[in-house]
Design a protein around this ligand. Structure first.
Ligand code: ADP
Ligand code: ADP
Length: 227
């Protein structure tokens, strides 16, 4: 689903990613951990083209991101992203936040988009907020809506960039539970997080980064956290 072959990333002269080799299979839940500034977010952002790689090869959904024939809008439709700051449309209702992409990009009829949105609101436990404005919701609720909005585009994978780092502690559990549900449904997920409990419990694999390097990439998640 996602393959890095010897990927390097520079910001000007600053070397942000070194020799990244990593393959993520369909249905895998990969957590990426490591200190601040180690390149986790950069690595995630290369996958949907928010950052361009400097050298090496990056294949997403069978398309080479360096190939001019690759349609980046298509990549971003197929690979959703959830950010630390949820970036909901402030002047649209919760329901409209979710239906907008399916109607405009997937050309779904309004009825269908709304029906699917209600199913997603059930999944994230917020159907009673369909008519609310984002500002009326807590941060944790807004993040659950952002996750529903991402799922509404029917992506093949979702990237999460520190999805709970901006939340009050009491909000974090509900968001992690929604992510766990999605993982159990078989979604391919790459999650940059400081939540070690989530990484250990839900992750199929843990990648540890430091100073732009992948220092460890382990499928034995229990052993990784218990050594
Ligand atoms: P992490 O997600 O692990 O905190 P980042 O990927 O955000 O790390 O950043 C890795 C390094 O790259 C940091 O030293 C950061 O300052 C630098 N960096 C990130 N984005 C940019 C940018 N747009 N321009 C220059 N340097 C950047
Ligand atoms: P989607 O899920 O985006 O509708 P599919 O995987 O069903 O795409 O593929 C539909 C067609 O679009 C196929 O011919 C496929 O090769 C092509 N395609 C899919 N993604 C891209 C992309 N990122 N760039 C160029 N063509 C693509």
């Amino acid at each position: 689903m996602i393959e890095f072959h010897d990927v390097e990333k520079y910001y000007g002269k600053f070397h942000a990613l070194y020799h990244i080799n990593m393959t993520v299979e369909k249905g895998e839940v990969v957590t990426i951990i490591g200190p601040s500034g180690s390149g986790k977010s950069t690595l995630l952002r290369t996958i949907n083209g928010l950052e361009r790689i400097s050298s090496g090869q990056l294949i997403v959904n069978n398309f080479d991101l360096a190939d001019k024939k690759t349609n980046m809008d298509r990549i971003r439709k197929n690979v959703g992203m959830v950010f630390q700051h949820f970036n909901l449309y402030a002047n649209k209702t919760v329901l409209q936040n979710i239906t907008l992409g399916p109607e405009l990009v997937l050309k779904e009829p309004k009825d269908q988009a709304e029906e699917e949105a209600h199913n997603l609101l059930d999944l994230v436990g917020l159907n009673d907020k369909a008519k609310s404005m984002p500002s009326q919701l807590s941060g944790g609720q807004q993040q659950r809506i952002a996750i529903a909005r991402s799922l509404a585009m029917k992506p093949r994978a979702i990237l999460f960039d520190e999805p709970t780092s901006a939340l009050d502690p009491e909000m974090i559990g509900d968001v992690l539970n929604v992510m766990k549900k999605i993982a159990q449904q078989g979604m391919t997920m790459i999650v940059v997080t400081h939540e070690m409990g989530f990484a250990e419990e839900v992750g199929d694999r843990v990648v540890f980064m430091d100073q732009g390097h992948i220092l460890e990439d382990s499928k034995d998640v229990k052993a990784f956290f218990n050594k």
